[in-house]
Design a protein around this ligand. Structure first.
Ligand SMILES: NC(=O)c1ccc[n+]([C@@H]2O[C@H](COP(=O)([O-])OP(=O)(O)OC[C@H]3O[C@@H](n4cnc5c(N)ncnc54)[C@H](OP(=O)(O)O)[C@@H]3O)[C@@H](O)[C@H]2O)c1
Length: 178
């Protein structure tokens, strides 16, 4: 099973402000050109989204729900149930990254999208991310929720490609070396 990170960061490496605010982040699609930076093609390749509880709490306030019929697994050790208003496609797990990847692999899932800073860090620490697509937004926000954090050991990456867009967004794809 393939696991991929697809995420946007400020140039100084944050995925949200301290309070979760994403006001500095442009929309998924450029309003003028319709450019979506590969998002739709990526999402079409994904069978399941795995996100941390903090990310779920932010996206659950979006109207409409941004993931359509895509299966979404929310990781939390504190939630006992998914709020009733959540779409039927949302499931809750308290599993470790290893347990979840084993469950999904055994169920025949081909591609999982791993989302949320802390969750991405824990999957990276467990050696369970294969690819990262990181879109850098040309802004410094000074402080916030970081994409990366402490690691038990270095994670070597192979640069696959970098695309730069006219509006200043720069998207790099990396393969995680075992
Ligand atoms: N810029 C972007 O493209 C982008 C993308 C995604 C998210 N975001 C933003 O990032 C923020 C959330 O990121 P975050 O780093 O605060 O949190 P997160 O990774 O979304 O969620 C962390 C929470 O997930 C739960 N969890 C369960 N298993 C875990 C595990 N193995 N490892 C880590 N967490 C686990 C814990 O919840 P419990 O405390 O309930 O146990 C933990 O507190 C939001 O503001 C969101 O909007 C931005």
């Amino acid at each position: 099973m393939k696991t991929t990170v697809y995420i946007a960061t400020s140039l100084d490496g944050f995925i949200a402000r301290e309070n979760g605010d994403l006001d500095w982040l442009p929309g998924i699609e450029d309003a003028e050109t319709g450019e979506d930076y590969g998002y739709k093609a990526f999402m079409d390749s994904v069978d399941v989204l795995v996100m941390g509880r903090n990310t779920y709490e932010i996206v659950s306030s979006f109207d409409p729900w941004p993931y359509g019929d895509k299966r979404v697994i929310v990781l939390s050790r504190t939630l006992t149930q998914i709020p009733e208003k959540a779409p039927k496609t949302v499931e809750l797990r308290s599993s470790s990254p290893v347990e979840l990847v084993n469950e999904l692999r055994e169920a025949g899932v081909g591609h999982a999208y791993i989302d949320g800073g802390k969750v991405i860090q824990s999957f990276l620490n467990a050696g369970l991310i294969q690819e990262m697509i990181i879109t850098r937004i040309p802004v410094l926000i000074g402080s916030g929720i970081p994409l990366f954090g402490p690691l038990a050991q270095d994670v070597a990456l192979q640069h696959v490609e970098t695309l730069s867009y006219a509006n200043g967004l720069v998207q790099s794809k990396y393969r995680v070396l075992a």
